[in-house]
Design a protein around this ligand. Sequence first.
Ligand SMILES: [Zn+2]
Length: 570
Amino acid sequence: MAIRRVAIAEKLAELGVHEDSLAKARALASKKEIPLRQAIVEVKGVDTVAMAQAMSALSGLPVVTQVDVGAILPETIRKLPNHIARENGILPLYLANGELVVGMADLDALNTLDDLRVLYGYPVRPVIIPADVLSDVTQQAYDKAAQSAEAIIEEADDDVEDGDDLALDDAELLDDPNQAPIIRFVNAVLSQAIKERASDIHIEPYEKDLVVRYRIDGVLKESLRPPSKFKNTIVARIKIMAGLNIAEKRLPQDGRIRKKMGGREIDLRVSTVPVRHGERVVMRILEKGKVFSLDKIGMSGKTLSIFRELIRRPHGILLVTGPTGSGKSTTLYSALTEINSPDKNILTIEDPVEYEAPGIGQVQVNHKIDLTFASALRAFLRQDPDVILVGEIRDSETANNAVQASLTGHLVFSTLHTNDSASSFARICDMDVENFLVADTVLGILAQRLVRALCPHCKEEGRYVPPETELLELGLDEEQMELARGKPVYRAMGCVECNDLGYSGRTGIYEFLTNSDDIQRLVIQNAPSSQITKVAVSAGMDTLFDDGLRKVLEGITTFEEVKRVTTAEH
Ligand SMILES: [Zn+2]
């Protein structure tokens, strides 16, 4: 220790802090009961960054001057009581390469590292953070941790007796300045969902409790289980926010929440359905200001160039197929965005309008006034559009109107619920459209799925070369085997960055069938879709599985993901 004191004195001298000012600082430190480093800053006006650099020079530890508070997990923070963090000038930050990075303002804090290692169960890597920065970040990190939905509900739980459901106090559920715990809880649920990039929030009442689940990258994940006594109040609060009738609990309702949160405008579509133990709520988070671009949806170069060519045709029908949540809307909006120009008249009929697209005339289906896909399509033709998007073709009238629109010189985009591209022909023919008209008007059919993308921070740990047996189990054919043999791929591992999921974000896999003379003939003959697929593949089409396999070999996703989305029943 003596050596270090001398060394510190030398370093301070370099910073211009000499014996006399050091003595003053010592006096101030003991008088105000503050650490010496802080006293030096006050007495001498030495800046905290210089102090941090001096300590770094002595210890060899790196200096970190900027900390992203958003990256510090509330769970990490909650393990260490605030006063201990403050008294010792330490702050656990995040895991990196299996080590807990800990910020400290003073070398004295090195004494606490053993305790932190035991507390967190990870080796600890200290970094020096300027005292004022550390103090700010500590404040923010603890504030944020305290605001998490879990913390709020625990706090409220202590205040409310077990057994009795919260009495519904309407005033308490309206936005009031006191921010009743339930209001704060619902806000925290929303902001947590946004932070975790969830697409939907599910709130499901059961006999004993309420389950809050988030859909992240297409997969539902349980997030919270607030006690049952809060369930009616939580649902009521959401209904108020969505402009729904809170007294009506026997009928399904739909509404919308628009809210500013963390400087961002969020837009949620809310639907409630009565179930045995209350009302089930599903909130879909609509991304505002989402940028649509065909370059960003994960289409391979080959598919993309053919797709780009077809979306510029003057007339015809382009279909996108896949189950709900397979990214069809994103693809269609990306296509419309690309061809949108002031001289083009683009009209859409959607149920619901999911994204706002500037420069495009968007119409919302409204069954109450009989505004349907089919009736809107008919009306559109009098508006002289160039391009029409019909949300979905699911009945004979819409199908026939879409064909008519195409025949009269319009480009029509729409979606279908079919598993693969080839079976879409039969699906439309089944809607009482003449085979030759289907064969004639459909330009191409894009089948798609979304797969979760590997987390770039931890995927390297899961790198392996799959054995031949594994490839065989996946049902790879000889050509695909040739492609995959001996190539390294990845398994999902999990780290702090990806909430231990091993995945972060999603990308599409695509199968784009383009019409041809051969395929037209097969459609007119009512040939089975397997035969159509065969002809398309021999003409160069990649199937969904082919495209998925390519993305596995490129290290974008895993075999498990491709299998999950290509074999699931829809
Ligand atoms: Zn990760």
